[in-house]
Design a protein around this ligand. Structure first.
Ligand code: HEM
Length: 535
């Protein structure tokens, strides 16, 4: 009996299992078919967009949800350079769930940014960028159409009028040149005072104020002294700003991260708020005292444009006031951190290589002497100094990536299909350390930019990637180069910089939008008695 019941039970179980098997298989089969059909549809719709003969961009396999985020490491410029050795100049990674194109190789960058410039000039719509300048930034916002073009033109014209135009003082210099030379003299005086008091100083802390004074002068007609708390509270925010605004921040690519509480993101919002309120204070004062017959500075000229509701004689574009005046925010922000970082790296290399410092000083003594200050027009006669500046830009590559770009339409590059709207990282660091372009790329050697007869090798200089290329190329390049040259030559003509015996320099760089070296104390001594300039 029990055996019969047992057998019946067994038979029932087998039937049930068979039924379940049948039904599960049917459900699974159905689900599998749907998934399969969807995948095929997806592949087909993707393939449909890929023009015949184009290839899919190669890259490492992404993990679900996080993509290749762990492959980026603390130094994404180095990780992505290594990746380009495996996958080539055009490669694709995934950060979080979003695909990101990474471009390397000088020729590939020239092809994308110059020859196919219109296809690659966009800016991606990134979360951190939306927090900069209240989302109105010309540099960081995703607008890359007519409005961006009109704003960029305004910025270029304003810089030309208030920086590059000849000074009315009949000195033969341009407006900004006179200011830089004066500011460099104040800086040397400050260094001398610090040496008398403490014997050494942190150059970055003082260079940043001098450089900020140049852009403050151009934008607002204002100058600060080195201890001014208001200015210091703004210029000292750049390290935190650069760490968050750097290329490849996961918060820009993993949507959930923007909703999670983050102290870094809170600090970033606060930095942007402080920065904007600093700028707005000047803008409001300028509105109150504006006189269209006496345009004093860049802010006034932008107010004038916003009141006349025009960009220039040939433009029909109408820009809202805030889109015009906000340009000053972009110029001020871009105008001091980059140049301070360049000068700070320069001083580090000079202290680390005293023989190079001596060569520059010998060149300055021979060409300029000690009776007058260096001027921009001396540049052509100072090839070694110019070679040093190029090598500082190349070796430090302190802007490892440009600001991220994005494609404005479906396109192809080197035979690869690139869809519209993909975020594009431009690896400037890779170009500047590419062994195919540079002999011993990790050696600091200004001579690589000199011809056998000691003149400058322009072709080599043009290989250095530091201001970007093409339609998004830095609008402040001429001013940036001028400031680095004049601050540096004025300082080196009068001062010798060194480190105390036995102290080590830490030349490692900290990743960010602009990469900084570790702050350090240096010492200096006057090469001859200074002329008197009072701050
Ligand atoms: C050594 C100094 C400087 C360096 C190395 C530098 C570098 C750069 C780089 C790499 C970019 C991004 C290009 C791209 O996205 O493809 C850029 C953009 C920009 N720079 Fe500079 N820059 C310097 C100085 C300046 C100065 C002095 C100003 C203004 C007074 C300035 C204003 C700008 C602006 C407004 C943009 C955004 C352009 C746009 O999006 O259309 N820069 N710069």
């Amino acid at each position: 009996m029990t055996g019969a019941i047992g057998q019946k039970k067994m038979g029932y179980m087998v039937d049930l299992t068979a039924d379940i098997m049948k039904s599960v298989t049917a459900t699974q089969l159905l689900a599998a078919s749907v998934v399969f059909a969807l995948v095929i549809l997806l592949i087909r719709s993707y393939r449909k967009k890929m023009p015949i003969g184009t290839k899919k961009v190669p890259g490492p396999m992404p993990y679900p949800l996080i993509g290749n985020v762990f492959s980026l490491s603390r130094n994404p410029h180095i990780s992505l350079t290594k990746m380009s050795e495996t996958y080539g100049d055009v490669l694709q990674i995934q950060i979080g769930t979003k695909p990101v194109l990474v471009l390397s190789g000088l020729e590939t960058l020239r092809q994308a940014l110059i020859r196919q410039g219109d296809d690659f000039l966009g800016r991606p719509d990134l979360f951190t960028f939306s927090l900069i300048g209240d989302g109105q930034s010309m540099t960081f916002s995703s607008d890359s159409g007519e409005v961006w073009r009109a704003r960029r033109r305004l910025a270029q014209n304003a810089l030309k009028t208030f920086a590059i135009s000849p000074s009315p003082t009949s000195s033969g210099m341009c407006l900004v040149e006179e200011n830089i030379i004066k500011e460099a003299e104040y800086l040397i005086r400050k260094f001398q005072q610090l040496i008398n008091e403490k014997g050494e100083f942190d150059p970055y802390r003082y260079v940043v104020v001098s450089v900020a004074n140049i852009i403050c002068g151009m934008c607002f007609g204002k100058r600060y002294n080195h201890e001014d708390e208001e200015l210091l509270s703004v210029v000292n925010l750049t390290d935190e700003f650069g760490a968050i605004a750097a290329s490849g921040n996961p918060a820009d690519f993993i949507p959930i991260l923007k909703y999670l509480p983050s102290s870094a993101m809170k600090a970033f919002r606060e930095i942007n708020r402080k920065f904007l309120s600093f700028i707005n204070k000047f803008v409001n004062e300028h509105y109150k005292t504006f006189d269209q017959n006496h345009v004093r500075d860049i802010t006034d000229s932008l107010i004038q444009h916003s009141q006349e509701k025009k960009v220039d004689e040939n433009s029909n574009i109408h820009l809202p006031n805030e889109k015009i005046v906000n340009i000053v925010n972009d110029l001020f922000g871009a105008g001091f951190d980059t140049i301070t970082t360049a000068l700070s790296w320069s001083l580090m290399y000079l202290v680390a290589h005293p023989e190079i410092q001596e060569k520059i000083q010998t060149e300055l003594d021979q060409v300029i002497g000690r009776e007058r200050r260096p001027r921009l027009s001396d540049k052509a006669q100072l090839p070694y100094t110019e070679a040093f500046i190029s090598e500082m830009f190349r070796h430090s590559s302190f802007m490892p990536f440009t600001i991220p770009h994005c494609t404005t339409k479906d396109t192809t590059l080197n035979g690869f299909f690139i869809p519209k709207g993909i975020c594009v990282l431009i690896n400037q660091w890779q170009v500047n350390h590419d062994p195919k372009l540079w002999k011993d790329p990790f050696t600091f050697c200004p001579e690589r930019f000199l011809n056998a007869d000691g003149t400058i090798n322009k072709i080599e200089m043009e290989k250095v990637m530091v201001f970007g290329l093409g339609k998004r190329r830095c609008v402040g390049e001429a001013i940036g180069r001028m400031e680095v040259f004049l601050f540096l030559t004025t300082m080196l003509q009068q001062m010798h910089f060194f480190k105390h015996d036995g102290e080590k320099l830490d030349m490692s760089s900290h990743y960010g939008l602009t990469m900084k070296h570790k702050r350090c104390q240096v010492s200096a001594k006057l090469r001859f008695p200074m002329s008197s300039i009072n701050e």
